[in-house]
Design a protein around this ligand. Structure first.
Ligand code: KIV
Length: 295
């Protein structure tokens, strides 16, 4: 099965992601599953792109895992644009989606639209992601009418931290599960091309994935979604503190960095680094002539 896009150069496009819905559905081993990860800078975007990730999300998790904020709420548009530009420079094949940060789409629709346009024009994002279900219907319709592909995000929406009172699994009661399905259907009806579904029971995620015609990208939503996303630093072991239960840690880059830096500190302090081989030499030194020293 080939996922070559209309661009003919392997570039993943929004329609390619939409088409994966039917290919991923119903088969846990189907290679049509959509592979997504977050990235925040040029080198990691290049590595993810080369490794074959389909969608790179410049998530506003940036605020917590890269900028050291306590939540995603302080993240600004300028910060998101800056990091999106860096990711875009590193990603040539993957679809680059950028998170609209808190406050950038919560006032009036005209201002939200102007902000979304900035992500496309100034940072090279190919789509934007907004959090929220039914209440984003009008906004998502307006953005898609303006040719801005939108990825929805329902379930646990971290920008609702104050309203939710914490980061909790969503959709656990029958009423909450019904509401979540309505949210996903509204986002789909408004024109979103895919939906992130975060921190919901596996059974509910499977049900929503069956009921909605656009791809569902799960995070903490079990294995039955059309695709998966993780925060890169969580899966690489580069996040401080306890990562969420749903994360699988594939590497311990934090420990790799710490031990490399400890070794460097030792080498500098004991003069083991730099060595003669790691030094430049004056041409005269090779012929043992005296090097003229400027006075
Ligand atoms: O900000 C982010 O990284 C996200 C993902 C967790 C989906 O929204």
């Amino acid at each position: 099965m080939s996922f070559v896009s209309h661009h003919g150069n392997g570039k993943i496009t929004v329609p390619d992601i939409q088409q994966r819905k039917s290919q991923a559905a119903g088969s846990p081993t189907n290679s049509g599953k959509i592979v997504c990860l977050t990235a925040y800078d040029y080198p990691t975007a290049r590595l993810l792109d080369d490794a074959g990730v389909d969608v790179i999300l410049v998530g506003d998790s940036l605020g917590m895992v890269v900028l050291g904020y306590d939540s995603t709420l302080p993240v600004t548009i300028e910060e998101m644009l800056h990091h999106t530009r860096a990711v875009r420079r590193g990603a040539h094949r993957a679809l680059v989606v950028s998170d609209m940060p808190y406050g950038s789409y919560h006032t009036d629709t005209a201002e939200s639209l102007r902000n979304a346009v900035r992500f496309i024009k100034e940072a090279g994002a190919e789509a934007v992601k907004v959090e929220g279900g039914e209440r984003r219907l009008e906004l998502i319709s307006r953005l898609t009418e303006a040719e801005i592909p939108v990825m929805g995000h329902v379930g646990l929406t971290p920008q609702s931290l104050n309203a939710l009172g914490g980061y909790h699994v969503q959709g656990k009661t029958p009423d909450a599960a019904e509401q979540l399905l309505r949210d996903a259907r509204s986002v789909e009806a408004a024109g979103a091309f895919a939906i992130v579904l975060e921190a919901v029971p596996r059974e509910l995620a499977a049900h929503i994935t069956r009921e909605v015609r656009v791809p569902i990208i799960g995070i903490g939503a079990g294995p039955d979604c059309d695709g998966q996303i993780l925060v890169l630093t969580d899966m690489l072991g580069l996040t401080f503190g306890q990562p969420p239960k749903f994360t699988r840690q594939y590497a311990n880059i934090g420990e790799t960095i710490s031990s490399a830096v400890r070794e460097y500190c030792d080498d500098v302090r004991t003069s083991a680094f730099p060595s003669d081989a790691e030094s430049y030499h004056a041409p005269q030194a090779k012929t043992r002539k005296t090097i003229p020293i400027a006075s």
